[in-house]
Write a protein that binds this ligand. Structure first.
Ligand code: ADP
Ligand code: GLC
Length: 497
């Protein structure tokens, strides 16, 4: 019956419909800063709750209880348990870590072990990784469907990367879900023989389901069953549909293009902000750059680099093929010959570590390397550097180029993924329009990188132009505001049908 036919009934305006303008979200991941971090995934998962809270979305972040994590929870209490979670007893602990509302899956047989969170002390993946993270996904799905013993229940499930990939499969039809791809190179592949052990419905083991070339794929399960798929930049969203970047899942992604979107990462500007950063030698801002000069001098001393010279290029990165740092190794002699300096902080593939250590030996005072992971040192490097190098072969978003913008350490990046979306290349048009914030190069080859390094040195020598770019970079919006609104709009859409 139409409203006109019944004068007593007012037409229902879209605004009057019962709709939560806000709600509860269960965010599930294998890492979140400041609790546990191996890369940018942790920064993003750790930042989303604060970014979305002002928009009415309350996120609880579910992580495995790796060694030592439970002790960091304040007011820890048990909110769920399972006598047999993939081979052992498990409980869920709820508590706060700073402002973060955390749930820890305490399952000692899966997560309480010495070594890395993904692998053995010698660097091999844990052989039971599929079961460890299927268990995380299982617990997430149970909670999403049944709620916790404290009465909390999510309106939406937000899964990050393959480690939570099975959860949308187990919750489909009951709770709306979002699957976010931070890096499609990692897919959570397991042999078909584990089907039963992973508690997977056998009818889903088809090319339209979670089967991937005869094996089980956790990420594919998430991509097929989530109500929406996001990735961490618009350019990477487009790239994922191509064989070059889709790592075999491009067909699956293309099939779900109608629910795919790219939402750019922000950075936490309470942590990454040279005006308030207490981990750097001297604070500074675009209006007063004295602190950056002091930070540069201090960084040179700390790394044993010559006091004179420049520009000072920095790298803070996992040392892997993804990051294109083998290309940088090839260009070091040219960089040094032009008067440049290089400071590298990273760890990863042994041949890359050795390559940088050799370069440091070959160019004392000009190239210096720290192998390892050091959050505080990374702050000092962003403060003291002139240029941050990110020559990645693929980069879903990338955070270090954004830290570079915030610290006036101009990013020199490969034109790919989120790097292309966050840096404006100093080409003639951009310089004339006064919008350049860094340098981009393509294709991702040593020759193109070498050209870009030369361009950077030439621009650096034109101090007025360089300083203008630095100020513009520092004014570039890097926080979460715009992206948080995009996530909120997506959550809204999914929970109001
Ligand atoms: P990815 O997640 O692919 O490694 P991102 O650029 O998104 O790349 O994030 C990497 C994060 O890890 C940044 O916060 C960066 O500063 C940090 N990081 C990487 N390597 C190191 C290191 N050796 N020491 C300290 N921080 C590091
Ligand atoms: C992944 C990607 C990186 C991205 C990060 C956070 O680790 O490699 O590009 O910034 O996730 O989304």
């Amino acid at each position: 019956m139409s409203a006109a036919a019944n004068p007593d009934r007012k037409p229902v305006s879209p605004r009057d419909r019962a709709r939560p303008a806000s709600g509860n979200v269960l965010s599930v991941a294998s890492e979140a800063a400041p609790l546990i971090k191996t890369g940018g995934l942790a920064d993003v998962v750790g930042a989303l709750p604060a970014a979305l809270a002002p928009l009415g979305w309350r996120l609880r972040t579910l992580l495995p209880a790796y060694p030592g994590l439970s002790a960091k929870l304040s007011d820890a209490r048990q909110v769920w348990s399972d006598a047999d979670l993939f081979g052992g007893p498990a409980q869920m602990l709820a508590g706060m870590v700073g402002d973060l509302d955390i749930l820890l899956l305490d399952a000692p047989h899966l997560f309480d072990r010495e070594g890395g969170i993904y692998g053995t002390p010698s660097g091999e993946d844990w052989p039971d990784n599929p079961a460890r993270f299927a268990a995380l996904s299982w617990a997430a799905a149970r909670i999403a469907k049944d709620g916790l013993s404290d009465g909390w229940r999510p309106d939406l499930l937000h899964c990050h990367d393959w480690q939570s990939g099975f959860a949308p499969l187990w919750t489909r039809g009951s709770v709306p879900s979002v699957m976010t791809i931070h890096n499609i190179a990692f897919q959570g592949i397991a042999p078909a023989s584990q089907l039963e052990a992973l508690r997977l419905p056998p009818e889903g083991f088809t090319p339209d389901g979670y089967e991937y070339w005869g094996q089980i794929s956790a990420l594919k399960a998430g991509l097929i069953h989530a109500d929406a798929i996001t990735t961490v930049s618009p350019s990477y969203a487009a790239e994922l549909t191509t064989p070059e970047f889709g790592f075999g899942l491009e067909g699956v992604i293309r099939g779900r293009a109608d629910v795919l979107s790219g939402i750019l990462n922000g950075i936490d500007d309470a942590v990454w902000n040279p005006a308030i950063d207490d981990q750097i030698p001297a604070r500074y801002s675009a209006g007063d750059m004295e602190g950056k000069t002091l930070s540069a001098a201090s960084l040179r001393t700390e790394f044993g680099l010559d006091p004179e010279g420049g520009p000072l290029f920095i790298v803070v990165s996992r040392l892997t093929r993804q990051k294109g740092l083998d290309l940088l190794l090839e260009t070091i002699p040219g960089l040094v010959a032009r008067g440049g300096q290089l400071a590298v902080l990273g760890s990863g593939e042994p041949d890359l570590q050795d390559g940088f250590l050799r370069a440091a030996k070959a160019h004392p005072g000009r190239v210096a390397v720290r192998i390892g992971y050091d959050e505080a040192l990374s702050h000092r490097m962003f403060a003291g550097g002139d240029v941050v190098l990110v020559p990645s072969r693929f980069e879903p978003c990338g955070l270090t180029q954004i830290y570079g913008l915030a610290y006036g350490t101009l990013p020199l990046v490969a034109r790919t993924g989120g790097l292309a979306d966050t840096v404006i290349d100093a080409n003639d048009a951009a310089l004339r329009a006064g919008v350049a914030t860094g340098l981009q190069f393509a294709p991702v080859t040593a020759d193109a990188l070498s050209l870009a390094l030369r361009r950077a040195s030439a621009l650096y020598d034109q101090s007025a132009i360089w300083q203008r770019m630095v100020r513009r970079a520092m004014a570039h919006p890097v926080g979460w505001d715009a992206s948080a609104r995009n996530y909120a709009a997506l959550y809204d859409r999914l929970t109001t049908g």
